[in-house]
Write a protein that binds this ligand. Structure first.
Ligand SMILES: Nc1ncnc2c1ncn2[C@@H]1O[C@H](COP(=O)(O)OP(=O)(O)OP(=O)(O)O)[C@@H](O)[C@H]1O
Ligand SMILES: [Mg+2]
Length: 690
């Protein structure tokens, strides 16, 4: 039950508060006095919209009071009771730019808001009635009361289905059919695919391929066994070959050693030969004899040297003696010459002996003395010559002595050389001895090597053959291994092929399973679609029947004449015909038969029936100007019905009218909307009951 509505700045309502009760509440007032605005307010409070807004004939901005002065918000508060719970809704509409707000209270407790959609969703849940159903089954908008009559029979069916929510069955059914078709197509495709796959999968080929695989695997095993055997051979041969190669290497080494030793031996022998030849040559030179000869020569030279030396000394001695004599004679000659000098000077006496001199004596003495001087001079001359000769002699002998010495040196040198040769010969002999000793050792080593070589008994040919055998065997192993690899490749290919075949087989199984599933689904869906159709038509039939039952009852209350005893909706080939029962008991279509007023009666009856059938739980009915076209008798009857009968079947009715006659329909609140339209005044609701 709607208990109270408060409108603030709501169109012409500045601040209106209206209280309602169970039964028929009536709002009267002249045109434009703000009656419909109250109903719009109820609808807006509940769903945040009303039919005019929904059809976009008005904007929410238009709700806010514009005159006498422009307000920047409008507010509606609605108090109602449902299922023994008190609810309160507040919605505020702001002028452009600000988000509208809403709040929903249940038992004074906020349960949704301030988001408007959240409040609407919650409200719909709480009262189990959505806007669509409210606007069709509860709220008969002004001038829209004959909404269902104005529709074509086909549209009527759609609208009716919509209200009953039967559309969802149709939707589900048509979706089901679409899915069924898709499924059918898929099933057909799958069927074809499965058939193709079956054709492709050749069982015989699978068996043959598996056999081929087994054969290949067996062959690989056999070859692997052969490889193992051959490998054993190879390692045996390899071992032998290694031993032989080692022997061969030793052999080669020894052979090289032998060659080297031979070279050494030859070299040594050659050296010895050369040396021996050299010694022989030295010996041939008769060194000792030669030496003796040289020694003798040296001895002779030494003797000669002695005699020459003696001669030199004698000559020197002679020269000294001669020089002494010369000095003596020269002294004498000097004395004599002195005497002569004095004698020549002296006249009477001898200047030496002082004896008196006469001329003869003097002459005699003079002659004597001169002769003596001459003799001495002659002697000195002679002595000088002797001395000179002797000096020459001495010089000659000295030169000869030097020659002898040179000769001696030469001989000494020769002797030395001879001595060296001697020594050299001795050394060479020693060397030969050493070489011979070496030769002996090397010969012994050579013999040892030769012996060892013989003992080795290395067969080069055998090694070559064994090496060839080894290579051959290895080649065989490798070729077998390659064979295995090749076979393994084939094995892999076969396995892959088998895998593909198996997966194809598996796929076939799965696809076949799928196909079965698809077929079953398709079948199920067909059943489901049919069931939906059946449910839908049964529901529809049921609802129509129920509606018609209500319609039959209400018709009698609404329509006061006897020419048409009942009204109903009839399903004719999928569309809904509105029919009335004439006095002959025939059901006739209303179109083209019923007058405007009669049609209005049908419209009111349908509206009431719908509210009963479709919105029974809420128990509200709003009728805005329902009496259009009705005659005063009918209005009177309707008024009675609204006042006395309808409240028994609908909890709360809101009736809006400018028809004075209908004021008496009120069994609950009766409000008169007062407004000074000429002054652009605001609405003042006046409760006529109080
Ligand atoms: N935003 C607004 N501010 C002020 N007045 C408005 C606003 N919007 C509409 N009106 C006025 O409100 C009146 C409409 O109110 P309403 O539809 O409730 O009248 P009514 O009583 O139902 O009239 P009728 O009997 O003709 O249907 C009109 O006079 C209109 O000019
Ligand atoms: Mg109106």
């Amino acid at each position: 039950m709607i208990k109270k509505i408060k409108l603030v700045n709501w169109k012409t309502h500045k601040n209106s508060e209206l209280e309602f009760k169970k039964g028929t509440n009536v709002l009267v007032g002249k045109m434009g006095s703000g009656k419909t605005s109250v109903m719009n307010g109820i609808c807006y409070a509940l769903y945040g919209t009303f039919p005019e807004l929904q059809r976009r004939e008005a904007k929410s901005n238009n709700i806010i009071m514009q005159k006498p002065s422009q307000m920047d918000f409008a507010k509606v508060e609605l108090d109602f009771e449902y299922n023994n719970n008190d609810y309160k809704i507040e919605r505020t509409v702001f002028s452009d730019g600000k988000t509208n707000q809403a709040k929903l209270y249940k038992k004074e407790k906020l349960i949704a808001g301030p988001q408007v959609t959240q409040v609407t969703e919650r409200l719909e849940k709480e009262i189990e009635l959505n806007y669509e159903l409210f606007s069709r089954a509860v709220y008969s908008e002004q001038n829209q009361i004959d909404f269902f009559l104005k529709l074509s029979p086909m549209q009527r069916k759609d609208k009716f289905d919509e209200l009953l929510d039967l559309g969802k069955y149709e939707k589900a059914r048509s979706h089901g059919v679409a899915v069924k078709n898709v499924l059918k197509k898929l099933t057909e495709e799958k069927e074809k695919f499965v058939k193709d796959l079956e054709k492709r999968i050749n069982q015989k080929e699978i068996i043959e391929t598996i056999e081929r695989l087994e054969k290949t695997e067996k062959s690989i095993k056999e070859i692997a066994k052969q490889v193992e055997e051959k490998k054993a051979n190879v390692s045996k041969t390899e071992k032998e070959l290694t031993q032989l190669t080692e022997k061969g290497e030793k052999f080669k080494k020894l052979k090289n050693m032998k060659t080297a030793k031979k070279a050494v031996l030859e070299q040594l022998e050659k050296q010895i030969k050369t040396m021996q030849k050299e010694i022989e040559e030295l010996k041939e030179k008769n060194l000792e004899k030669e030496q003796k000869k040289i020694n003798q020569k040296i001895e002779t030279i030494l003797k000669e040297k002695k005699s020459v030396q003696k001669k030199v000394k004698e000559s020197e001695k002679k020269v000294i003696g001669l020089e002494k004599q010369i000095v003596l004679n020269e002294t004498i000659a000097k004395q004599e010459k002195e005497f002569l000098k004095h004698l020549n000077k002296a006249k009477h006496t001898c200047s030496v002996c002082e004896s008196p001199l006469d001329s003869v004596k003097r002459k005699k003495i003079l002659t004597q003395k001169n002769e003596k001087v001459e003799t001495i001079s002659e002697k000195i001359k002679e002595l000088n010559e002797f001395s000179k000769k002797e000096k020459i002699n001495a010089e000659k002998n000295e030169e000869f002595f030097e020659e002898l010495e040179t000769e001696e040196e030469k001989l000494e040198k020769e002797l030395n050389e001879q001595e060296n040769l001697f020594q050299k010969t001795a050394e060479k002999e020693k060397e030969i001895k050493e070489l011979k000793k070496n030769l002996n050792t090397e010969e012994k080593e050579f013999t040892r090597i030769e012996k060892e070589l013989k003992m080795l008994e290395f067969d080069e040919e055998k090694e070559k053959n064994l090496s060839k055998l080894f290579e051959r065997e290895k080649e065989q192993v490798n070729s077998l291994k390659k064979d295995i690899e090749l076979k393994k490749e084939i094995e892999k290919e076969i396995k892959e092929k088998i895998e593909i075949m198996k997966s194809e087989q598996k796929q076939l199984e799965e696809e076949a399973k799928d196909l079965k599933f698809f077929n079953k689904n398709h079948e199920d869906l067909s059943i489901f679609v049919n069931a939906l159709k059946q449910v839908q038509s049964e529901l529809r039939a049921q609802m129509i029947e129920t509606t018609n039952q209500a319609l039959d009852e209400i018709w009698k209350l609404v329509y006061p004449y006897k020419d048409f005893s009942s009204a109903k909706i009839e399903i004719v080939e999928g569309s809904y015909e509105m029919k009335v029962k004439n006095m002959k008991g025939e059901w006739i279509k209303i179109e083209g038969v019923l007058s405007g007023g009669e049609r209005s009666a049908v419209a009111i009856a349908i509206r009431i029936a719908f509210s009963l059938v479709l919105a029974r739980n809420i128990g509200w009915l709003i009728l805005d100007e329902p009496t259009h076209n009705l005659d005063s008798y009918t209005v009177k009857k309707l008024s009675e019905m609204l006042r006395e009968k309808l409240p028994k079947i609908v909890d709360q009715v809101f009736l809006i009218t400018h028809d004075k006659e209908l004021e008496s329909a009120s069994s609950a609140s009766l409000y008169k909307m007062k407004r000074e339209k000429n002054d652009e005044g605001t609405t003042k609701p006046v409760n006529l009951n109080s």
